[in-house]
Design a protein around this ligand. Structure first.
Ligand SMILES: [Zn+2]
Length: 330
């Protein structure tokens, strides 16, 4: 397979990272799928592409309802990969104060320490890649992370993959074969499209191809498509590297000085800081897939509301709500 390269400048290095291998509290799991079966497909795809020592950052609140879910981490570590902190309840930092956020990091650590201590580095990923909506909050949490020996790992390329989950769940329930194959193709195309878009954004900001940190979540559709996505990435000139290597790139290890409440990733944070216009709009496919098998209470927005209600209930004082759009997202 040969397809148009991601960059005209040559091969593009990229670390693969996973978030939320236990998904989120209240998120429905389709029949014939489990977090463990998804994790197995993910690690198969990684071995197939010789990607080793890959970090999974997972919230752990779903394991309160079903402790068996933690077997995912046994599998992950057995396969030579690493487990790292992503808070317990998965609140956006916008919704809570610094103390609540830090307590939630510690709660996650208690749940994952058995596996996380087997990793050579103590990495952390902020929920929604949001690092603090006020300077004070950001400073307090970053200071805490530093004193505890954590290095926060940003995301440079995501593809809004978790937004496909509700539609995929509905389409699986309806046993709509054509719809499923449409969704898988759209998902793989979205991954490639967003990789091209954000890599181009990065070149506009930095005048070079930095080392990217790519994010995919532990969803059923992700498990079904990861192998094909990685095939296409390789065919387009992507080389898989470790997070350690990616974190040496200043784009990643420096914290963009712009404190922001928006749901934007590292390249676009730098772009806003340097005043470089880039495109970070959501692809129209996200609205299109919502037309597949609509049912009351089953839209992506309604599932998100359920997730947020769990967070509001579990973290007193938290105020879940929508995120403001950045200027390059409109
Ligand atoms: Zn997450």
């Amino acid at each position: 397979m040969k397809i148009k390269p991601i960059s005209p400048l040559g091969p593009v290095k990229m670390a693969i990272t996973f978030d939320d291998m236990l998904m989120w509290r209240g998120t429905p799991m389709p029949k014939h799928y489990s977090c463990l079966s998804i994790a197995r497909k993910m690690t198969d795809a990684l071995s197939h592409h010789h990607a080793a020592q890959v970090y999974a950052f997972s919230n752990t609140a779903p394991a309160e309802d079903d402790p068996e879910l933690l077997r995912v981490f046994d599998h992950w570590v057995d396969q030579g990969h690493y487990v790292a902190n992503h808070t317990h309840h998965h609140p956006s930092i916008n919704w809570v104060d610094a103390k609540t956020y830090i307590d939630d990091i510690e709660r996650n650590e208690q749940m994952i320490s058995r596996w996380a201590t087997q990793a050579p580095k103590r990495y952390f990923r902020f929920c929604n890649d949001m690092w603090g909506d006020t300077a004070e909050k950001q400073e307090t949490v970053l200071h805490y992370l530093k004193t505890q020996g954590y290095t926060p790992v940003p995301v440079t390329v995501g593809f809004r993959d978790s937004r496909f989950h509700a539609a995929y769940w509905r389409t699986l329930k309806a046993d709509d074969r054509q719809g499923l194959s449409f969704m898988r193709q759209a998902f793989v195309e979205a991954a490639l499209h967003e990789m091209r878009l954000h890599a181009a954004n990065a070149r506009a900001v930095f005048g070079r191809d930095p080392i990217h940190i790519w994010l995919i979540h532990g969803t059923p559709l992700g498990g079904d498509c990861l192998d094909q996505i990685l095939d296409e990435f390789e065919a387009a000139g992507v080389e898989f590297v470790s997070v350690d290597e990616a974190m040496k790139d200043p784009m990643n290890h420096l914290v963009p000085p712009r404190v922001s409440p928006e749901f934007i990733h590292q390249i676009e944070k730098w772009a806003l800081w340097h005043d470089v216009p880039v495109d970070d709009r959501a692809p129209p496919i996200l609205e299109e897939i919502e037309k597949l098998h609509p049912a009351p209470g089953e839209s992506a927005a309604e599932l998100r509301a359920i997730m947020q209600a769990h967070i509001a209930k579990s973290l007193p004082g938290s105020r879940p709500g929508p995120f403001p759009l950045a200027s390059n997202q409109c």
